[in-house]
Design a protein around this ligand. Sequence first.
Ligand code: NOJ
Length: 446
Amino acid sequence: MFKKNFVWGVATASYQIEGGAHTADKGLNVWDVGSATPGRIFEGQRGDVACDHYHLFKEDVRLMKEFKIGGYRFSVNWARLLPDGTGKISEDGKRFYLELLAELKKAGIQPWVTLFHWDYPYALYQKGGWLNPDSPKWFEEYAAVCAELFKDDVTHFILINEPQCFLGLGHSTGEHAPFLKLPDSEVMRAAHNTLLGCGLAEKRIRKICGDRVKIGTAQAYWPALPVTEADVELAREETFACHKNFGSVNYYTDPLLFGKYPDDVLAWQRECGFTFPESDMQIIKSKLDFYGLNTYSGDRVTKKDGKTVHPKPAPTVPRTDMRWTVDPDALYYGPKFIWERYALPIVYTENGVALAEWKDLNGQINDDSRIDFLKRYLRALSRAADEVEIDGYFYWSLIDNFEWAEGFSKKFGLIHVDYETQERTPKKSAYFYKRVIETNGEEIWK
Ligand code: NOJ
């Protein structure tokens, strides 16, 4: 069962929906610039206009109100607010976010603001980005500007979104902006600076906002899941093991919450020759009020002949348009593993499904598979909520949008967007989600 004041929300991110890439004095970011190189993004698509939320935000808030959305998670485009990344504040950037917040207030929707959802200011990238030793301070300054400007309206700040992706995909494999393929020791440096930035930002925001806001993080979390009940312990171990990549959650949240990297991460850092002063860990260690999880699926694990194996899913296992398996257990075991390790209230800051879909001849989107997905995942989450503290769920995403390297080809929205006319059309699942919200989850059992 979901608790009484459970937050039912939707999520978006600035580069994926805003557009308005060249308005007023907005600075460019690494996605604005990096997406121009051919071959990086599906069919050369870019987020210059995207869903034109920059101009249509009032309509989007009106739709959220109509569908009874209780919380809206969105991100601030750092270079829209601070064109150079630090220093001068853009009047237009300030106006845009203050108007959006005022609109949300009128609609009675809680604003959950992500400070950094991957659109890093290009001006700072040219100075080395997250590799520059000053980068933690730049992030602190930006966080302080947001806290000062938005403190009367924002209820929750999320410091960063999915370090696993902007570091792993952005700095290691080169699939996302800034499209770098750095040696592991350099990615470790960028990760460490990101964590220092989070530690500094958390302390500054608290100083400015006091108890008025809650602060958390949003992690890309793809838990290992047991094949049989006998594999639960193994799944927990695998979830938190260092696989010598930047994909685990504890690489980041052990330092943030315990002030210490996991031992196997430390060993990998030593192997790569990455070092840092021990005193950094006190800066990184933070007090977080909630643990945000972005989960879409999981990875099954078991033992075979004494060895840990990740069996390939059978061809019958359903897959989304991202080719991710439909595996609702991720929302049952996943939160339990996090709760046991960190004992922080959990919020699903993202979960959702991309489907190959289009408007039918009657102009409707009958996305029954999305409704089925929601029922399956929310039933699992409801079981978890009987055992651990879960405070909210944000569906990804409010509207179809720019899915990074996949361009506009993947559709996650509850609301369809016609990218030619910018017309919004709620899908059948939007009406379902509205009933879920109105019944505080009861609708999922029907
Ligand atoms: C993770 C990211 O935070 C978001 O930007 C992305 O669109 C969704 N998950 C779906 O892949």
